[in-house]
Design a protein around this ligand. Structure first.
Ligand SMILES: CCCCCCCCC/C=C/C(=O)SCCNC(=O)CCNC(=O)[C@H](O)C(C)(C)COP(=O)(O)OP(=O)(O)OC[C@H]1O[C@@H](n2cnc3c(N)ncnc32)[C@H](O)[C@@H]1OP(=O)(O)O
Ligand SMILES: NC(=O)C1=CN([C@@H]2O[C@H](COP(=O)(O)OP(=O)(O)OC[C@H]3O[C@@H](n4cnc5c(N)ncnc54)[C@H](OP(=O)(O)O)[C@@H]3O)[C@@H](O)[C@H]2O)C=CC1
Length: 261
């Protein structure tokens, strides 16, 4: 049961990239439960189809489109299709993301650019395709970018991810200012470590590291995808009507901890 009121997002079209797994999946299910028309988009059909079926089994409405957020032509085509087939988008959640652990000195420029392209360029392309249509139609909307706390701290072995998320924070603030007059709000959520399919496979593979990280989280546990949902709902709803350009950490206090004593 959601703490938000039933039907909060009825009549609202919400697009979530990377909505087939992890944080994006949790968001898709939550928006579906609150009445949104949920559109999820990522590369693999299997996880997307499962989420759409789960939402529909619960009485919600959802559909999926396959796309790579790095592919400008495909992004433009899919956003055009969504406008025609589902309706004008109200909320865009740029959640698709990639990361892997590598010492900076050993990372290929291809690896560095790959993560920049997915996280930063992908968020730009999606925001541009949706934002252009909002500006042309003279209607507002809400963009929520999935950043991370490594944007604001030194997180070794993630030089590509940290740089991309810092870029996302800047993108968030600039678009908030540039499009604010048109009624477009742009905010970012910064999770700390979260257990998800993608991160368990690539980042949190060593249980000793997980335990050490967990011991350093003031709220005493690792985040689950559901921990990120509430703040996104808040930002997407009328309760967030006067928030734009805000960067909100959701990390149980992890970023503040200094192990001195
Ligand atoms: C503590 C405080 C916490 C701080 C708080 C916590 C902050 C965490 C922040 C973020 C967390 C997350 O994002 S968790 C989300 C994790 N989920 C995901 O990553 C899902 C999507 N990921 C993917 O699809 C892949 O992993 C990814 C590599 C990113 C993209 O796949 P692609 O098929 O496009 O790319 P590929 O062709 O395989 O690879 C492209 C290039 O990258 C290189 N590459 C790929 N994997 C590599 C690896 N493991 N090590 C080295 N290099 C690698 C390849 O060699 C290629 O280099 P060249 O041959 O030289 O070109
Ligand atoms: N887990 C964590 O510890 C943290 C995660 N985050 C951020 O949260 C977001 C979600 O990550 P999380 O749920 O953990 O990871 P997941 O790997 O579970 O989810 C990432 C999703 O993004 C999609 N995706 C990846 N690359 C592309 C692409 N090029 N085009 C379209 N879709 C793509 C994937 O689907 P597919 O492979 O089918 O394309 C996948 O569904 C990311 O932006 C991540 O950086 C932030 C802080 C911490």
């Amino acid at each position: 049961m959601s703490v938000f009121r039933a039907g909060l997002f009825a009549g609202t079209v919400v697009v979530i990239t990377g909505g087939g797994t992890g944080i994006g999946r949790a968001l898709a299910l939550a928006f579906g439960e609150l009445g949104a028309r949920v559109v999820i988009a990522a590369r693999r059909e299997g996880p997307l189809r499962e989420v759409v079926e789960t939402i529909e089994e619960g009485g919600g409405r959802a559909r999926f489109y396959t796309l790579d957020v790095r592919d400008e032509a495909r992004v433009e085509a899919v956003i055009g299709q969504i406008w025609e087939e589902v309706g004008p988008v109200d909320v865009l959640v740029n959640n698709a993301g990639g990361n892997f652990v590598s010492p900076a000195a050993a990372m290929s420029v291809g690896g560095f650019k790959t993560v920049l392209d997915i996280n930063l360029v992908g968020s730009f392309l999606m925001s541009q395709a949706v934002g252009r249509r909002w500006l042309e139609a003279g209607r507002g909307g809400s963009i929520i970018n999935m950043s991370a706390t490594n944007a604001e701290s030194g997180s070794p072995l993630m030089v590509h991810s940290g740089a991309s998320k810092a870029g996302i924070n800047s993108l968030t603030q600039t678009l908030a200012v540039e499009w604010g007059g048109a009624g477009v709000r742009v905010n970012a959520v910064l999770p700390g470590p979260v257990r998800t399919e993608g991160s368990d496979e690539r980042l949190w593979t060593d249980e000793k590291v997980v335990k050490r990280l967990e011991d350093g989280i003031p709220l005493g546990r690792f985040a689950q995808p559901e921990d990120v949902v509430g703040v996104v709902m808040f930002l997407a709803s009328e309760a967030g009507a006067f928030l734009t350009g805000s960067l909100i950490a959701v990390d149980g206090g992890e970023r503040l901890r200094r192990l001195i004593f």
